[in-house]
Write a protein that binds this ligand. Structure first.
Ligand SMILES: [Zn+2]
Length: 176
């Protein structure tokens, strides 16, 4: 239907709770997962009663659960710096390299992810993290550890988990 594709093209201009309501109303899957992913990024405290009414209790409940899991996951990642399994040839002092890596992880990545007032997303946190000074870390070690974090499953888990949950919910609520 033309109207739906029109909405889909402009979906970023719509309130995501409203998009969910439109999916139910027009029995379409078109922008459900998109809307769900955006709802999950919103603090539950920001939802107005009308937002909750539009998305309905099942979606609201799912959003709350996903947020809870993501918070758990975020805390786990923040507290477990990736281990340097092998040092690069240009790394002079392995012990110092390890110490500096853990220190920068803890003072940078962990702080960005756990900040009480303004916790950053993984992507945002990584963008700041990679610009930090890494003390006496070997340049090769720094490069390979940043690549590991950038490509790490821990970082991809986030988006994939939200999309998969959104898709399961969609199949349950609006079967194709
Ligand atoms: Zn090293």
């Amino acid at each position: 239907m033309f109207a739906l594709h029109n909405i889909d093209a402009r979906k970023w201009n719509f309130n995501p709770a409203h998009l969910i309501q439109l999916c139910f109303e027009f029995n379409t899957q078109l922008f459900f997962v998109h809307a769900f992913s955006r709802l999950v990024k919103t603090s539950l405290l920001k939802f107005r009663p009308e937002d909750k009414a539009m998305m309905g209790p099942i979606v609201y409940h799912a959003v709350a659960e996903v947020r809870e899991s993501l918070d758990d996951h975020r805390r786990t990642i923040a507290c477990e710096a990736p281990i340097i399994t092998s040092h690069a040839y240009d790394c002079i002092n392995h012990e110092q390299c390890n110490d500096d890596w853990y220190a920068v992880w803890w003072n940078g990545m962990a702080r960005y992810l756990l900040d009480g007032r303004h916790p950053l997303s993984y992507d945002e946190a990584f963008k700041r993290f990679e610009l930090l000074e890494f003390g006496m870390m070997g340049p090769g070690c720094k490069q390979s550890m940043l690549a590991l974090v950038r490509e790490g499953a821990a970082f991809r888990h986030n988006t994939r988990f939200v999309e998969t949950t959104g898709m399961h919910l969609l199949e349950k609520l609006i079967p194709s």
